[in-house]
Design a protein around this ligand. Structure first.
Ligand code: DUC
Ligand code: ZN
Ligand code: ZN
Ligand code: ZN
Length: 460
């Protein structure tokens, strides 16, 4: 039976229109004014916006942090439920192999984690944590398996590769028009500074951001830009967090480099004074890059407003405060890095971006959905409400108010970095490929997510 969403305002990255939307099966089949019932189930969505399902292009739903037994508090099951309940219908998760394992094996294990266990649609960025002839050969196979984007690291000793290896990977990925995202921090500098603070007995969470200052990020961004210029590959900077990094990006754009920039809600609405919270609670905010100064936050908002920043995803990577973050009680460098956020991104950006007048709702759709879909070969299947696209639709009620709290969240973690923050607007209903899977913040149909096979588009 088809569904007719009647009376809403359909919003894209470019415009808004008061039109009705008919869904049949998994797809949007008709859009127009005053559509006739024609046997469809009518849903009155007047007073609401109809938004394309949000896409989170940066999650670590299941991550072993490489320091032994520590796994993320969320997994695909809990993380995807939290996502879809609040309007995120697709995640691009970071598939991260262990040392010595092939990319294909990693793909198999990520499929095992996600299949039948995800409440939103999913695909992955394939992480390349070491470089050799086997992995080089696998790039093409991974792209042929529907994974068109990759991730590499300049920091974290268990994940990072050398500049030469990054250059070689770029050349390989570039041949096939794949996309490579890089975690930009100078790993050697981070190690030096951690050693320096630890040696002096400076062991509180307060010192975490001091080991990863803005120059540590900006230097890596600059280096990535230069290497990519040599390799003639578009640049994709994940979780950019500082003014200085953004300035480096602007210089590259002036010399005609193609650069995509992602930032995250935590860098827009939180700042580094939180590391001084009493009772070790600063550990809740330990992530990399760290939270930044108010000045950086302003620069990022400007970048979001003027288009220097292309997308906002979360870097969701949740560890419990009790028993996980507290492992670093006597040494901040042992605190597992990461924060939850896959659940809260739409409400945060709507509240602190749209309702404050900083950005339009259309811009928010670009940042959270359409431009992500275009960048990562998901468009037009995802990222837009148009005939032929997947019926991933968020019925957004702009008038609700709420308060973010660990006591009510769906994320399977014992805190939220946004505790007590007020929100306006929320997803009244969420459709995933035509099926209503969430209502009023609760999942009503679990594990309906599917793997989305991506094909390289040469338009980016
Ligand atoms: N940063 C984090 O804080 N956690 C996961 C990975 C990353 O880059
Ligand atoms: Zn990262
Ligand atoms: Zn401090
Ligand atoms: Zn990440």
């Amino acid at each position: 039976m088809s569904i007719l969403l009647k009376g809403g305002i359909v919003v894209s990255a470019k415009k808004r229109r008061q039109v009705d939307v008919r869904i049949d099966g998994e797809k949007i089949v008709e859009i127009g004014t005053n559509l006739k019932e024609n046997g469809s189930n009518v849903e009155d969505v007047s007073g609401c916006f109809l938004l394309p399902g949000f896409i989170d292009a940066h999650t670590h739903l299941e991550l072993n942090n490489g320091k032994g037994s520590m796994s993320t508090a969320d997994n695909f099951n809990t993380g995807s439920k939290a996502a879809v309940a609040k309007g995120t219908t697709t995640v691009i998760d970071m598939a991260t192999p262990s040392k010595g394992s092939s990319l294909k094996d990693c793909l198999v294990s990520w499929n095992q984690l996600a299949q039948g266990n995800s409440s939103c649609d999913y695909t992955y960025h394939m992480s390349i944590i070491e470089w050799n002839s086997t992995i080089k050969k696998e790039i093409k196979e991974i792209i042929n398996a529907g994974i068109t984007s990759f991730k590499m690291y300049m920091a974290y000793d268990n994940l990072r590769t050398t500049d030469g290896e990054i250059f070689e990977a770029m050349s390989e990925i570039g041949q096939f028009h794949g996309m490579l995202g890089i975690h930009c921090e100078n790993g050697d500098m981070v190690n030096e500074m951690i050693a320096k603070f630890v040696e002096k007995g400076n062991l509180a969470p307060h010192y975490h951001p001091l080991t990863r200052p803005d120059s540590v990020e900006a230097e890596a961004v600059e280096r990535y830009l230069m290497i990519a210029d040599l390799a003639k590959l578009p640049v994709n900077i994940v979780h950019l967090s500082t003014k200085r990094s953004l300035e480096a990006v602007e210089r590259a754009r002036i010399r005609n480099q193609k650069v995509y920039v992602e930032t995250c809600p935590q860098y827009l609405v939180l700042d580094d004074h939180l590391y001084d919270e009493p009772n070790f609670e600063g550990a809740k905010y330990v992530c990399s890059p760290p939270l930044r100064s108010f000045n950086d936050q302003q620069a990022l908002w400007n970048g979001v407003i003027n288009g220097q920043i292309n997308t906002i995803s979360t870097d969701h990577c949740s560890f419990n405060f009790e028993g996980q973050k507290t492992i670093g009680k006597n040494d901040f460098s042992k605190i597992p890095n990461g924060m939850p956020g896959v659940e809260t991104r739409p409400e945060l950006i709507y509240t602190y971006g749209v309702t404050t007048g900083k950005i339009s709702l259309e811009r928010m759709i670009g940042l959270l959905s359409e431009d992500i879909a275009r960048q990562f070969d998901l468009f037009p299947q995802k990222g837009i409400i148009q005939v032929g696209s997947d019926a991933d639709i968020v019925v957004w009620d702009p008038l609700t108010i709420g308060v973010i709290s660990a006591t009510t969240q769906l994320q399977n973690v014992d805190y939220t970095p946004y505790e007590g923050m007020q929100t306006k607007g929320s997803a009244r209903a969420v459709y995933l490929r035509g099926q209503k899977v969430a209502e009023n913040g609760k999942v009503i149909a679990e594990n309906q997510g599917a793997f989305i096979f991506r094909k390289i588009s040469t338009s980016h």
